[in-house]
Design a protein around this ligand. Structure first.
Ligand SMILES: Cc1cc2nc3c(=O)[nH]c(=O)nc-3n(C[C@H](O)[C@H](O)[C@H](O)COP(=O)(O)OP(=O)(O)OC[C@H]3O[C@@H](n4cnc5c(N)ncnc54)[C@H](O)[C@@H]3O)c2cc1C
Length: 528
C-alpha cells in the first residue's frame, strides 16, 4: 500500500515521483515497463543514432497506414527505460512559443498561461548560461550549450544569414524566431534525462519504491474511484494499492491505452474489444497531434560531416577517446546541432515551421543507411490542424496501441509543409554550402510544386512529438481538468504529454517536465 502510484518514469513521471517523495512521510511507488537506464548508448549523447532505429530501450511502434502519405506506415519511437523518451531523445531544450500556453489558458485551462507556466520551466532548469528573466538555475534539469563544434553546423547558420534569415542565440528567451544553436539537456557531455535529473539522485529515498520491467495492465476500481492497479513483471501478475492517487505518465500512447484497458473511454471503442464500460469518456485517445516532418539529405565528400567510411570510423574512434578523457567532441553531439523557428509568411504572429539541421545524412529515422558522408535538414509544421487517434489493437495489455496520426489530413498542413520545404531549400541552396554539397539522397524537382508534394507524401513522418490524447479542458472531449484530474473518476490524474490540449510550437520534453512540476505542486496542494 502506497500513498501514490506513478505509472511511467518518463519526462512527466520522473518529475512527479521525485517531487512527491520529497516528503519522507509520503510513500510513492513508480512503475516502469522498461528496465534500468544503465547503457552507455543512453548516456553518450551520440548513442541516440543507435537507439532511434532499433528496439533497444525503445517501443518502436508503427502507425496504421497513412492515407495521405501514400498508405505508408509511420514510425513512432518511444523510450522504454527509466527516463522514458527523455532517455532516447535528441536532447534539444526547447519550450515552444509563449503564445502556445496562452492558447491553452484561452481554451478553458486557467493557470496554464505563459506567465503561469514560466516559473515551472525555471524551477525545473539549471541553465549553465545562468539565470535571467526566462531561465532558472539550481533545478534538476541541466541545460547546456553544445560541446561539439561540428563545422558544418556553422555553415548552416552562415547559409541562413546569406538568405537574410534572422539569427537567435536563445529560442527560449524573449523571442523564439530565428536561426541558431540548440541548447541541450546534457551535463558534462552526457545526456541529462528526466531520470538522471530527478530520479537517480533520489533512488535511495526509503519512501520511493521504483519497480522496473513492470507493465501496468489495468486500474483497480471501486465504483468510479481508482484504488490501485495491476501490473505484470516476469510473467507474474501483481496488484499494488494507492491510498491517495494514481498518476498516469505513460505518454501520449500508453496513457490512453491504459484508460481504455480499464474501461474508461469511448463506449464504441471499448465494445469493439469486449471491455466493459466503467466510465464513458469520449475524448480518450482522440485529439492526437504530432509534428509532420520532412528531411532533405545531401551526400558530401567532406569529413567535416558525419558518415559511414573508413575515415569516419577513425574520426569516431578518436571521438570516443576524446569523450572518455574530457567529455567533449563528436560523441556529445545531439546530431541536430542547429535549428530555426521561422514564419512562412511575414504577416504571421509567430513561427509556423521549425528546422533541425543534422550533421549526417538521415534517411527514414536512420533505418536506412548509406555509405559515405553527408548532412540533412528537417522541416516540420509547428501547429498542424490534422487530428489523429490512439485506440486498441487488442484487449491484451501487452499488444501495441493502435496509432493513427492522420498526418496531412488537413490541406492547410500540406500547404505549410510545402512553404516550409521551400524556405529550407533556400537555406540549403545558399553559397555557404557549395563546398559541402554533393548529390541529394533523393532527387526532387524543386521548381515544381507537384514534384515537391509527391516527395512530401512519399517521405514525411513524425519528428517525435505526439501529444493531446488525454487532453486537458472542460469541454465534452476533455479527459482531464485543469488540475489534471480525470473527469468523472476519483483518485486519478494524468501528467505527461498526452494532456496538452494543443501541440506546442517546439520540442516537447521541457514542456512535459514543466507539466510534471506543475502537476506535482497541484497534487501536494490537494493533499495538504
Ligand atoms: C527519438 C525521439 C527524439 C526526441 N527528441 C526530442 C528533443 O530533442 N527535444 C525534446 O524536447 N523532445 C524530444 N522528443 C520528445 C520528448 O522526449 C517527449 O515528448 C517526452 O519525453 C514525452 O514525455 P512523457 O512523459 O509524455 O512520455 P515518455 O517520456 O515517453 O514516458 C513514458 C514512460 O512510460 C512507460 N510506460 C508506458 N506504458 C507503461 C505501462 N503500461 N506500465 C509502465 N510503464 C509504462 C514508458 O516505458 C516510458 O518510460 C523526442 C522523442 C523521441 C522518441
Amino acid at each position: 500500500m502506497f500513498d501514490y502510484i506513478v505509472v511511467g518514469s518518463g519526462s512527466g513521471g520522473s518529475v512527479i515521483a521525485s517531487r512527491l517523495s520529497e516528503d519522507p512521510a509520503v510513500k510513492v511507488c513508480l512503475l516502469e515497463a522498461g528496465g534500468p537506464d544503465k547503457s552507455i548508448l543512453i548516456h553518450a549523447p551520440i548513442g541516440v543514432a543507435a537507439i532511434l532505429p532499433r528496439k533497444f530501450f525503445n517501443w518502436g511502434f508503427d502507425t496504421v497506414p497513412q492515407k495521405h502519405l501514400k498508405g505508408r506506415k509511420g514510425y513512432q519511437p518511444r523510450g522504454k527505460t527509466l527516463g522514458g523518451s527523455s532517455s532516447i531523445n535528441a536532447m534539444l531544450y526547447v519550450r515552444g512559443h509563449k503564445s502556445d500556453y496562452d492558447d491553452w489558458a484561452a481554451l478553458g485551462n486557467p493557470g496554464w498561461s505563459y506567465d503561469d507556466v514560466l516559473p515551472y520551466f525555471k524551477k525545473a532548469e539549471n541553465n549553465e548560461r545562468g539565470a535571467d528573466d526566462y531561465h532558472g538555475t539550481g533545478g534538476p534539469l541541466n541545460v547546456a550549450d553544445l560541446r561539439s563544434g561540428t563545422p558544418v553546423s556553422d555553415v548552416f547558420t552562415d547559409a541562413a544569414m546569406q538568405v537574410q534569415l534572422p539569427t537567435n542565440m536563445d529560442f527560449n528567451g524573449e523571442e523564439q524566431e530565428g536561426v541558431g544553436p540548440y541548447q541541450t539537456t546534457q551535463k558534462n557531455g552526457e545526456r541529462w534525462s528526466a531520470a538522471k535529473g530527478y530520479l537517480t539522485p533520489n533512488l535511495n529515498r526509503p519512501n520511493l519504491h521504483v519497480i522496473t520491467n513492470a507493465l501496468a495492465t489495468k486500474l483497480l476500481m471501486e465504483g468510479k474511484k481508482v484504488v490501485g492497479l495491476t501490473y505484470t513483471q516476469k510473467g507474474q501478475t501483481h496488484d499494488v494499492k494507492a491510498s491517495k492517487e494514481v498518476i498516469l505518465c505513460g505518454g501520449a500512447f500508453a496513457s490512453p491505452q491504459l484508460l481504455l484497458l480499464s474501461g474508461i473511454g469511448p463506449g464504441e471503442e471499448l465494445a469493439k474489444h469486449g471491455i466493459e464500460v466503467v466510465h464513458e469518456l469520449p475524448g480518450v485517445g482522440a485529439n492526437l497531434q504530432d509534428h509532420i516532418d520532412y528531411v532533405t539529405a545531401y551526400k558530401s565528400s567532406s569529413r567535416e560531416t558525419m558518415g559511414i567510411s573508413l575515415g569516419g570510423g577513425i574520426d569516431l574512434m578518436k571521438g570516443i577517446m576524446e569523450w572518455r578523457k574530457q567529455r567533449t567532441g563528436i560523441i556529445t553531439s545531439p546530431l541536430a546541432e542547429r535549428g530555426a523557428f521561422l514564419k512562412t509568411d511575414p504577416s504571421l504572429d509567430r513561427p509556423d515551421i521549425q528546422l533541425h539541421f543534422v550533421i549526417g545524412p538521415l534517411d527514414d529515422h536512420a533505418r536506412k543507411t548509406h555509405l559515405g558522408h553527408g548532412y540533412s535538414c528537417h522541416v516540420c509544421v509547428l501547429r498542424p490542424k490534422s487530428r489523429g487517434t490512439v485506440g486498441l489493437q487488442s484487449a491484451d495489455p501487452s499488444a501495441a496501441p493502435m496509432i493513427d496520426p492522420n498526418f496531412l489530413a488537413e490541406q492547410e498542413d500540406l500547404d505549410t509543409l510545402l512553404k516550409g520545404f521551400k524556405v529550407m531549400q533556400k537555406v540549403l541552396d545558399a553559397p555557404a554550402f557549395d563546398h559541402y554539397r554533393g548529390k541529394p539522397l533523393y532527387e526532387v524537382d524543386t521548381s515544381s510544386d507537384e514534384a515537391i508534394i509527391d516527395a512530401l507524401r512519399s517521405r514525411s513522418d513524425t519528428v517525435y512529438h505526439p501529444v493531446g490524447t488525454c487532453k486537458m479542458g472542460t469541454d465534452p472531449m476533455a479527459v482531464v481538468d485543469p488540475e489534471l484530474k480525470v473527469h468523472g473518476i476519483e483518485g486519478l490524474r494524468i501528467a505527461d504529454a498526452s494532456i496538452m490540449p494543443t501541440l506546442i510550437g517546439g520540442n516537447t520534453n521541457a514542456p512535459t517536465v514543466m507539466i510534471g512540476e506543475k502537476g506535482a505542486d497541484m497534487i501536494k496542494a490537494s493533499a495538504a
